[in-house]
Design a binder for this molecule. Structure first.
Ligand code: GLU
Length: 307
């Protein structure tokens, strides 16, 4: 797996998080992420924070949150902070939609330093402006940065990123280098509906919740440089380490989707599988065990170097 957090000399009780978005039901891809998060934490004296990432109000639904809490309980992944009972009881500092004021305060702090500007560009506008990279991410070309738009011209807000190169060490992939200014350009913090974006909310949360190690799928590797750049602007001094794990794919190579019947935790449970069988299936798909077999939660740390 590469280096463990132990090699980073993190103090016992270092923090990581499991941060699902309630936009669908849990599937084996989430179980693989949970295996890494709990496995690495439990094998190396870390703590797991459960965070509900429901910043996207148009896609998240309370019934998906209830289902994911039930599925986590059934699987036996127990967070050290943000217990499923706390989430069920009502408001939580770990649920994004309950913490609007924290994102508002963070954007105000950036705005006071002259780093935030209103932006009217739609995704289509950006696509038309950036024609030289048809199959890649479209970096925002900075159109509204100097346009001096009135604050009420749009709900969208962007932050000015400097051109710095982000170098970090991924615990699995080794040294990484990213240049957010050409990858994504000035980051969108709030969208045209007034919703906080993933990049902004997750960076504020990782800072406020004193997260030390982010353990997530490789599909988010490209987001890391920009999150580090933004975290610095927000005043982060505490180091943040990363481990990006492989994604599990369908036999044809496609991503598992939240509606995928054959890989949904609920469907597998309804079909009579035990939680240990579901966890074992995920561990096998991720290449963490050689053969599919029942795997109990308490056995997981052994996969990450500790028995
Ligand atoms: N909420 C994201 C997801 O459900 C995870 C984001 C992250 O770990 O940074 O995939």
């Amino acid at each position: 797996m590469g280096q463990t957090p132990d090699a980073l000399n993190l103090p016992s009780g270092w923090r990581t998080r499991f941060a699902p978005a309630p936009t669908g039901f849990l599937h084996l891809g989430h179980v693989v992420n949970a295996l890494y998060v709990w496995g690495v934490a439990r094998a190396n004296d870390g703590r797991v924070v459960l965070r509900i990432e429901d910043h996207d109000r148009s896609r998240c639904r309370p019934e998906y949150e209830r289902a994911l809490l039930d599925d986590l309980d059934w699987l036996g992944f127990v967070p050290d902070e943000g217990t499923t009972a706390e989430f069920r009881a009502g408001e939580s500092p770990l649920r994004q939609s309950d913490n609007d004021w924290r994102y508002a305060a963070a954007i105000t702090a950036l705005d006071l330093r002259g780093l935030v500007y209103p932006c009217k560009c739609s995704r289509g506008d950006v696509a038309r402006l950036v024609t030289d990279r048809p199959n890649e991410e479209m970096p925002y070309p900075g159109t509204c940065r100097t346009a001096a738009l009135a604050p009420d011209a749009s709900l969208q807000r962007r932050v000015t990123l400097d051109g710095s190169r982000e170098r970090f060490f991924d615990l699995r992939l080794g040294p990484q280098e990213q240049l957010p200014s050409t990858q994504c350009g000035d980051l969108l913090l709030r969208d045209r509906l007034g919703q906080w974006t993933y990049q902004f909310a997750v960076t504020v949360d990782d800072l406020d919740q004193k997260i030390d190690v982010v353990i997530r799928g490789e599909d988010l590797l490209a987001s890391t440089g920009r999150q580090r750049a933004l975290a610095r602007l927000l005043g982060r001094r505490r180091p943040l380490h990363f481990l990006h794990h492989p994604l599990v794919l369908k036999p044809g190579g496609e991503k598992l989707s939240k509606s995928a019947g054959d890989s949904g935790v609920r469907e597998l449970r309804e079909a009579g599988h035990t939680s240990a069988e579901v966890i074992g299936r995920a561990a096998h798909l991720a290449g963490l065990i050689d053969e599919a077999r029942a795997l109990e939660v308490r056995e997981i740390p052994e996969l990450f170097g500790q028995g």
